[in-house]
Design a protein around this ligand. Structure first.
Ligand SMILES: Nc1ncnc2c1ncn2[C@@H]1O[C@H](COP(=O)(O)OP(=O)(O)OP(=O)(O)O)[C@@H](O)[C@H]1O
Ligand SMILES: [Mg+2]
Length: 476
């Protein structure tokens, strides 16, 4: 890694050992110090001016010739040179004017044997053209940064709010109330619940309602990061830190989430190595880019899983300490069958959405459908409900969604009767399956007025699959 200190030491030694420099006649040296285009002032550790050249004339309360020996505050009460004496850090004032000239001011510590022995101030006179060029470049860079900030924000923002979570049942109301209350704090939230119950929706809403709302909402799918990429995905890397590393380096997800919310999805499917890495970040809130320095990150953690983490902890598949860290506030999303009273409302919500999307404003649901959807157990929860409504809106022929427009599982009785009828003939299983498949395809095509895209959707198979099968069975 590049380290500037040894380099500087080497450089100073080089100067010291440079015979030519040592033998520069004193007149020549003073000439260098008295460069008319570079004002120079030197103070010692007490702030006493030891040298000041003529080019600084006009910058201080006294003429240059009367400055030496005085305290810097006497000739420049606002001078920041004393600050550099304290911090030891060089400073650049990009632009200032004195004597009607544009100038750049540098202040830097003078160091001998590792100790500060004074501070130098240097005025570099630069032409207005130089400054304009500089400002133009800064403007360009600013524009670029704004563009990237916006793009980043579009990528990492919360897409949903509590209003997107539909439901009036007591359970949903309780979930929303708890989430609202927690959103305002910085506590870690663990969202549990079956697949398709709206865990991701809730995570977005929590961010949206928090004081971090204007910063990034960064989401990681813990199940999908390969072991060898965990480190670079989560923490990033500095340029050239390993072979194949990109030239610009890479910003890690945690760094992106600084001041915002980190959403760890499918946390129950995380690899053991990632559990270890994560535990460290959660404990210390410090991340380290590969090849870089440690950096403090301020983020709010929301995680979600459809697995039973307590069971996993007992089986030693999930670290207990990590579980405690994640599970400060725990919110369980109810399964759809637990909020039966909300089913018609959510159905209606999606129906409205797909009415507009499919441009079929008059579609309604038949009373028999209302009954069927309330009796059904919805193992895929709201996601399944949404798909069912979308499919029904597409294939429904008239203006009313009928039981026939729902998937077969809603018409179990009819389905099994049809199957028994065909199976009573003496057919091989293969023939029987092919016949059933053929009939199903013909039915779907009839129902959708020969629209293959819609028919494929109705059969829940891919379009290309349907093309292959119509070819196979010679269905026109
Ligand atoms: N209460 C709700 N109101 C409206 N839409 C909902 C609701 N719950 C879920 N959805 C919708 O259902 C779909 C699934 O939701 P989401 O992705 O949040 O589920 P999940 O719990 O994260 O599922 P998984 O465990 O499979 O990741 C999304 O399209 C979401 O918008
Ligand atoms: Mg999810």
């Amino acid at each position: 890694m590049h380290n500037s200190k040894p380099d500087r030491k080497n450089y100073i030694n080089q100067i010291k050992n440079n015979n030519y420099l040592r033998n520069i006649p004193i007149d020549m040296l003073t000439g260098l110090l008295d460069n008319p285009y570079e004002g120079l002032i030197l103070i010692d550790t007490k702030g006493i001016i030891r040298f000041v050249n003529n080019a600084t004339d006009g910058a201080y309360l006294k003429p240059a010739k009367d400055c030496t020996g005085r305290h810097i505050s006497e000739i420049s009460p606002e001078s920041k040179m004393l600050r550099v004496l304290k911090t030891g850090k060089a400073e650049i004032v990009r632009s200032m004017t004195f004597n009607n000239k544009n100038c750049m001011l540098l202040r830097f510590p003078l160091i001998k044997d590792g100790r500060i022995i004074g501070v130098a101030g240097k005025f570099l006179t630069i032409s207005p053209e130089n400054i304009k060029e500089l400002y133009d470049r800064i403007d360009d860079l600013k524009n670029n940064i704004n563009f990237y900030k916006k793009t980043l924000n579009q990528l990492y923002y919360s897409r949903y709010t509590f209003d997107n979570i539909i439901g009036n049942s007591l359970l949903i109301k309780k979930v929303k109330a708890l989430a609202l209350q927690t959103a305002k704090t910085d506590s870690s939230v663990l969202i549990t619940g079956e697949s398709g119950t709206g865990k991701e929706l809730l995570a977005h809403s929590i961010h949206h309602f928090s004081h971090r709302k204007n910063n990034n909402f960064v989401s990681i799918n813990c199940a999908s990061i390969p072991e060898e990429l965990i480190e670079s995905e989560l923490f990033g890397y500095t340029p050239g830190s390993f072979t194949n590393a990109s030239k610009q380096g890479k910003i890690g997800k945690f760094e992106l989430a600084n001041k915002g919310t980190m959403f760890l999805d499918e946390i129950g499917d995380m690899r053991p190595l990632m559990q270890v890495k994560l535990m460290r970040v959660l404990q210390e809130r410090v991340i380290e880019r590969i090849g870089g320095k440690p950096r403090h990150i301020d983020f709010r953690l929301v995680s979600a899983t459809n697995r039973n983490l307590e069971n996993m902890v007992q089986k030693k598949d999930f670290r207990l300490d990590l579980f405690y860290r994640l599970n400060v506030v725990s919110i369980k999303m109810p399964a759809l069958r637990e909020i039966k009273e909300d089913i018609p409302l959510i159905f209606e919500h999606f129906l409205d959405k797909f009415r507009r999307k499919e441009q079929r404003p008059d579609i309604e649901m038949a009373p028999e459908v209302l009954k069927a959807i309330q009796l059904y157990s919805w193992p895929g929860n709201v996601r399944e409900l949404k798909n069912v409504v979308e499919r029904a809106t597409i294939i429904c022929l008239g203006n009313q969604i009928k039981l026939d427009d729902l998937p077969a599982c809603f018409r179990k009785k009819q389905f099994s009767n049809a199957f028994i009828n065909t199976s009573s003939t003496e057919m091989s299983l293969k023939d029987l399956m092919e016949k059933t498949e053929q009939e199903a395809i013909i039915n779907a095509l009839k129902k959708t007025g020969n629209n293959k895209v819609k028919a494929a959707k109705l059969l829940n198979i891919h379009r290309t699959g349907l093309y292959q099968k119509t070819k196979k069975y010679n269905i026109t």
